[in-house]
Ligand binder design. Structure first.
Ligand code: ADP
Ligand code: MG
Length: 700
C-alpha cells in the first residue's frame, strides 16, 4: 500500500494545520488512521427530502431543498441573530444563526438551490432551523454520497469552529480518495470465509459511506468482531506467554496438612463444584507455570474453604501463603474462621491490618522473614514494602473487584518468582466482563451451593408497613434467630445517612427494649476495635439485632442470622443488595430478606427490587446489573480501560464477544505462536499492537 496511514492529517487535502490541531485536541485524531477509525455514532436516512409544508415539530434531523430569498439581522445583545428566509414551492421557513453572521452572509448566495440539513423547531408559528448544515444542491448531487449519512462524534468546540459533520464527511471522502479506499486486510482469509466477514476495505467503506443498510450491518459486524477478536487474542496470548515464560513454584506434594485436613477435619462434605475447582487449582499448582486464576462463585457458595485448602497445598510444599481482603471486618473474620479450622493442624496464622499495633507488626515481620509464620491474613497492609516473606508461594485475593490491577501486581513482587495467585469474586461477574477484564486469567466457577440450603425468601415492603416487619422480627428472634438491619451509607451525604442510621437505631431500640433484646451497632465512624467488639457480640449470639451500614456488606458469616432487613433499599445497587442478602441463608433455617423502600421509586429501582424478589441467582442478577449500569460502573474505573470499546458494545454484543473469544482460542490452540502461513496476518497485526495503546491504531 502506497499511502502510509501514519501520515499526519495535516497532509490531507482540506485539512489545514489549524483544523488538524483542533481535530487532534478535540477528538484525538492525528493521523489518517485515526480518522479512518473515527466510527460514526449513528446514521441518517438522506434519501428523503422534506417539503416545507410537510414539516412537523418532531425535533428529528431532516433535509430540505430550497433557496434563500433574503437575510435579516434580528434582535440585540445575546438574542442577536441572522435570519434567512428559505423557501421551496410549498412554503417558507427560517434558517437562524446566532454566530458567524458576517461570514454566512458573504458565503451564501441568494436565489440559489441549496440543501439544508438540521433539526427544526417551531418559533413564532414558523418552522426554523438553527445552525443548519448547508450545501449547494449541485455539490450535494456530486458528492460521494450514500443513502445512510454517517453522523460522527463531535464536540461543541468543533461545531463552533465550523468543523461540522459535513466537513468531517468531506475530509473522510478525501481520505478515501487519496487511499483509493484500499486498506490491508487484518483478518485471515479462512476466518473471514468461515464467518462470512466482508473484507477490511469493504467494511471501512461501508461504515463511513454505507451503500445500504445490509452492507452497513455487515460492516459493523466485521469491525466489531475484529475489535473483540484482537482484545481476546491479546488476553489469551498474554495468558499463554505468561505460562510459558513465568516459572511458578511447582507444588508437587499433596502432603500432611492437606491430607489431614481433608480426611479428618473437613467440617462438611465438599460440593461437586468445590471438588472440581480444587482439582483445577491443583493442576495449575502442580505444573511448572505460575497460577493466575479467578475463582467465581455466588455468595455463600463456599469459596473460603477452597482458599484454605489451596493454602494448605502451599504449606505442604514448604511455602508461605497470604490472603488479602478489602476490609478490616472481612479480614478479621477470615482470620477467626481459618484459625478455628486450622486449630487441629498446628499452623501459625496471623492477622495484619491497618490497625495492628506496632509491637504486633514487628513480631509479624520477623516471623514472616524467618518463615515461622505460615499464613498471613489481612487488608492492603499486606502490600506494604515492610512486609517481606521468607518464601511466599501463594497469594489469594478475596473480593478482587475492590482492588486494582496494580495491587495484584504488587503481590507478585513479594518473592523472587511471583507466587501463585488466586483471585476470588464477591458476587458473580457477567461472563462478558469476566472475559474482558479477567480474560488473561484462567477461570474456575463454583456453580453449586452447598446441599440443604433453603432459598432465601425476598419481599419488598413499603416504609409504612414497618410495624408488621417489626412483629415479624420479633417472632424470628423468639425462635432463636438473629437479624440484620442495614442502612445505606453513601459518601456524599454521609452526615445525613449517619442520622438515618442513628434514628433507625433508636426506633429499633425502643421497639426491642433491653434486657429482653440486645442490639449491636456497627458503622464506618467507629474505631476498628469497637467495630470488632460489636461484631463479635453478634457472632457469639449475645446480641440478636445488628444495626449496621454497608460495612458488613462483604463476607460476614453468621449462620444463625436469618433475617436481613435493608432500609432505603432503592438506594443500593443490585450487586450490593445481593451481597447483603447473602449474609443470611447461611444456616439450615429458612431465611428472609426484606427490602424496605418509600413509595417514590425510579424505574431502575423498581427493576432492581423486582429482580431481587424474583431470583436468588447471582449470575442472573449480574446480567441485569450489567444492563442497568453498563460495564464501566460495574467494574470500577481502575479496571475499565479494556472496557472502552470503539465500536462493539459489552452489553449489546455479548454473543459476538463469545464468538470472538471462541475463535481466538481455537486459533491459538492450533497454532500458539501464530506461525502458520494462514495466521501470518494475525501475527503481523498483533505485533503492531505492542506499539500502540489504542487498539484501533494498529487494526488498519
Ligand atoms: P463465599 O463463597 O460467599 O465466600 P463462604 O466460603 O463464606 O462463602 O461459605 C458460606 C458458608 O457455607 C460458610 O458458613 C461455610 O462454612 C459453608 N460451606 C461452605 N462449603 C460448604 C459445603 N460444602 N457444605 C456445607 N457448608 C458449606
Ligand atoms: Mg467470601
Amino acid at each position: 500500500m502506497s499511502i502510509n496511514l501514519q501520515t499526519p492529517i495535516d497532509y490531507l487535502k482540506g485539512v489545514g494545520s489549524s483544523r488538524a490541531t483542533l481535530l487532534k485536541k478535540e477528538l484525538g485524531i492525528a493521523t489518517f488512521q485515526d480518522l479512518l477509525n473515527l466510527f460514526p455514532n449513528r446514521y441518517l436516512d438522506r434519501t428523503k427530502y422534506f417539503k416545507i409544508n410537510e414539516l412537523v415539530n418532531s425535533n428529528a434531523e431532516i433535509q430540505v431543498i430550497g433557496r434563500i430569498i433574503k437575510f435579516q439581522d434580528v434582535g440585540t445583545g445575546r438574542a442577536k441573530r441572522l435570519v434567512a428566509t428559505f423557501t421551496d414551492q410549498t412554503g417558507s421557513m427560517e434558517l437562524v444563526w446566532f454566530r458567524g453572521a458576517k461570514w454566512i452572509k458573504e458565503s451564501l448566495k441568494l436565489n440559489t438551490d441549496y440543501v439544508v440539513f438540521g433539526k427544526t423547531n417551531v418559533f413564532a408559528n414558523k418552522h426554523s432551523m438553527p445552525h443548519p448544515e448547508i450545501e449547494l444542491l449541485s455539490e450535494h448531487e456530486n458528492g460521494l454520497r450514500s443513502a445512510m449519512q454517517a453522523i460522527y462524534p463531535s464536540t461543541e468546540k468543533l461545531s463552533n469552529r465550523g468543523i461540522s459533520n459535513r466537513v468531517i464527511t468531506k475530509i473522510m471522502q478525501q481520505l478515501f480518495l487519496e487511499t483509493k479506499g484500499k486498506f490491508s486486510e487484518t483478518l485471515p482469509e479462512n476466518l473471514r470465509s468461515d464467518l462470512k466477514l466482508i473484507t477490511k476495505s469493504e467494511a471501512l467503506f461501508n461504515i463511513h459511506f454505507p451503500k445500504n443498510s445490509e452492507l452497513l450491518s455487515k460492516a459493523q459486524f466485521r469491525l466489531k468482531f475484529e475489535e473483540l477478536f484482537y482484545i481476546q487474542l491479546q488476553l489469551i496470548l498474554k495468558n499463554l506467554i505468561h505460562k510459558s515464560k513465568i516459572k511458578g513454584f511447582p507444588f508437587t506434594e499433596i502432603g500432611t496438612y492437606f491430607n489431614t485436613f481433608f480426611t479428618q477435619h473437613l467440617p462438611f462434605e465438599l460440593t461437586g463444584a468445590q471438588k472440581r475447582v480444587l482439582k483445577e487449582i491443583r493442576n495449575d499448582l502442580g505444573s511448572n507455570a505460575q497460577m493466575n486464576r479467578l475463582l467465581q462463585g455466588d455468595v455463600g457458595s463456599g469459596k473460603t474453604i477452597v482458599a484454605l485448602m489451596t493454602m494448605l497445598m502451599a504449606l505442604d510444599n514448604g511455602f508461605q501463603a497470604c490472603l488479602m481482603a478489602p476490609t478490616e471486618i472481612l479480614s478479621v473474620q477470615h482470620y477467626n474462621g481459618l484459625l478455628e479450622l486450622c486449630k487441629p493442624l498446628n499452623i501459625r496464622i496471623e492477622l495484619l491490618t491497618g490497625s495492628s499495633k506496632t509491637s504486633k507488626r514487628k513480631t509479624i515481620h520477623e516471623a514472616l522473614e524467618s518463615g515461622d509464620l505460615q499464613i498471613l491474613i489481612g487488608t492492603h497492609a499486606l502490600l506494604e514494602d515492610k512486609v517481606k516473606f521468607k518464601n511466599l508461594g501463594l497469594a489469594i485475593i478475596d473480593e478482587q473487584h475492590r482492588f486494582g490491577v496494580e495491587q495484584r501486581s504488587k503481590l507478585w513482587k513479594k518473592n523472587t518468582n511471583p507466587p501463585h495467585v488466586l483471585v476470588m469474586t464477591a458476587t458473580p461477574i457477567p461472563r462478558t466482563l469476566a472475559m474482558s477484564v479477567y480474560g488473561d486469567l484462567d477461570i474456575s466457577m463454583i456453580d453449586e451451593l452447598p446441599a440443604g440450603r433453603q432459598p432465601i425468601k425476598t419481599v419488598h415492603r413499603f416504609d409504612n408497613n414497618r410495624l408488621k416487619v417489626f412483629n415479624f422480627i420479633r417472632q424470628e428472634i423468639k425462635k432463636g434467630r438473629q437479624v440484620y438491619v442495614v442502612y445505606p451509607l453513601i459518601q456524599e451525604s454521609e452526615s445525613m445517612d449517619y442520622k438515618d442510621l442513628m434514628d433507625g437505631y433508636e426506633s429499633i431500640a425502643r421497639d426491642f427494649p433491653m434486657p429482653e433484646f440486645q442490639i449491636s451497632i456497627v458503622h464506618g465512624k467507629m474505631k476498628p476495635a469497637d467495630k470488632e467488639f460489636e461484631m463479635q457480640r453478634f457472632v457469639k449470639g449475645e446480641t440478636q439485632i445488628m444495626v449496621a451500614t454497608t460495612v458488613i456488606e462483604v463476607g460476614v458469616n453468621v449462620p444463625n442470622a436469618s433475617v436481613m432487613i435493608i432500609e432505603s433499599a432503592e438506594r443500593f445497587g443490585l450487586s450490593q443488595l445481593h451481597q447483603l442478602r447473602g449474609r443470611v441463608g447461611r444456616g439450615s433455617e429458612q431465611s428472609y430478606c426484606i427490602l424496605m423502600t418509600s413509595h417514590k421509586l425510579s424505574e431502575d429501582s423498581k427493576t432492581r427490587l423486582q429482580t431481587m424478589v424474583r431470583t436468588n441467582d447471582g449470575f442472573e442478577i449480574a446480567e441485569v446489573d450489567l444492563n442497568l449500569r453498563g460495564p464501566g460502573d460495574i467494574m470500577g474505573k481502575q479496571q475499565s480501560g479494556i472496557l472502552n470499546l470503539r465500536i462493539a458494545d459489552m452489553v449489546k454484543d455479548k454473543d459476538l464477544l463469545e464468538l470472538a473469544r471462541f475463535h481466538a482460542k481455537k486459533i491459538l490452540n492450533n497454532d500458539p505462536s501464530l506461525a502458520l502461513e494462514s495466521n501470518k496476518v494475525i501475527l503481523n497485526t498483533y505485533k503492531q499492537m505492542g506499539k500502540y495503546k489504542n487498539i484501533w491504531n494498529y487494526i488498519s
